[in-house]
Design a binder for this molecule. Sequence first.
Ligand SMILES: C=C(O[C@@H]1C=C(C(=O)O)C=C[C@H]1O)C(=O)O
Ligand SMILES: [Mg+2]
Length: 471
Amino acid sequence: MSTIKSQPIKEAFIQSIREKQHDKQTALFSYVEKIDWMDSLQFYKCGRALYAGERFFWKDRDGEVEIVGLGNIYTVRNENKDQSRYTAAEKKWNDMIESAFIHNSFDAYGIGPVLFGGFSFDPEQRQEEEWSTFSSAFFYLPEYMLTIYEGECYVTTNVICPSDELEELIDKLEVKKDCLLSQVNIERSEEGTTLTSLEEKGREQWKQAVDQAVKQIRLDGDLKKVVLARKIVANFDQEIAHDQVLERLIEQQPDSFIFSLEVMESCFLGASPERLVRKRNEIALSTCLAGSIRRGQNDIEDAALGNELLNDQKNRIEHDYVVQMIKKEMERLCYTVNIPSVPGLMKVRDIQHLYTPVTGFTEENRSILQFVERLHPTPALGGLPNEKALPVIRQLEGMDRGFYAAPVGWMDYRKNGEFAVAIRSGLLSKQQAFLYAGCGIVADSEAESELAETRIKLRPMLRALGEIAHE
Ligand SMILES: C=C(O[C@@H]1C=C(C(=O)O)C=C[C@H]1O)C(=O)O
Ligand SMILES: [Mg+2]
């Protein structure tokens, strides 16, 4: 399938190993080839037989970049509870890249050595059973990766080995790769699962927590906003077919980031409209997304609701806290930052939000993880100020968010990448799905309408699980 044969790649590696007088050391060897068109989901599904539990999927909301990874050949993880979780992950990745041999002659994003994964929302929160295979920082480097960038397909092959074993290994990897690329869909037909129960236990407690947060905000002069989330657990009659849920998310949510991160028997996936940060060389993008209203039944109602949202004081304040913080942090990292002075609307299938895009110009060599470190959690998911909001969340929410509301995405070997804020998401684990949704609570919030907002935010995952049948 691939248009470039492996021979020149082997020769190129051997030559650069010689030039560097590399002396048989173990290193990462990574090579990129352009291939004929291949569907990303198809590649993901084809990888199930060999790589179940070690696959990831990424599609950005602009439809520019899709990345699918198969096989975990190198894990970057740590359990650090402070900001060193970012710097430690960065260091481990840099060390690997420094000694790597990379054969990439293409001008595209998301190719070559790429780490995929994310950070937990709050490493200080006690961990619950369902998140036990995730860490406070968790990424992996795939063996094979398909990238679709601006309509062109690329395959990256990664191998970590002593250089004198490289030739033999490349031959083996080529055979496996050709097999993955030429496979027609060999998935066993997955039977649809049936929901047996939906546990929504904490609804009343959650409303009380909202009232409590409102009280604290009104009493405390500094605390302006606290984002409170709740979890529902859906139990199924058999193991949930991850691939089917992912396929439905792709179909049903064309305007969102679609991600899936398999970690052993669990799969964290979702369809998020919210970008935390994208960095391509000197350009960094972020997004302020907060303030919500439902979609209308028809265009007229929908536009009226959008207008209502744009003019609603409570939602504008809720949104503005996010703008203040992101602006401040982006200005620390960028030479110039452009932000429109008033928000617009972002509409996705079930909901519309107040939306302010942020563009910054930065040093090309600044790492995307520095942005993640400074931006997460924004007041769209944490609160304002964070140091006051996070303890309130820990106390009032009383649950482990895991990777929900946290940065999930990828970074390459050139300090570029993209992270979404992993909302509208869920963790699939055998016969259970843990689904999460939250709301920004400000001084004028009302518990009942915030609860209604969480119901709307749960819809994308419930629909992908087949639980919203008629529309
Ligand atoms: C917390 C969530 O969403 C966030 C909260 C919003 C709000 O309260 O208006 C809007 C967008 C997101 O930043 C979620 O979807 O779970
Ligand atoms: Mg809200």
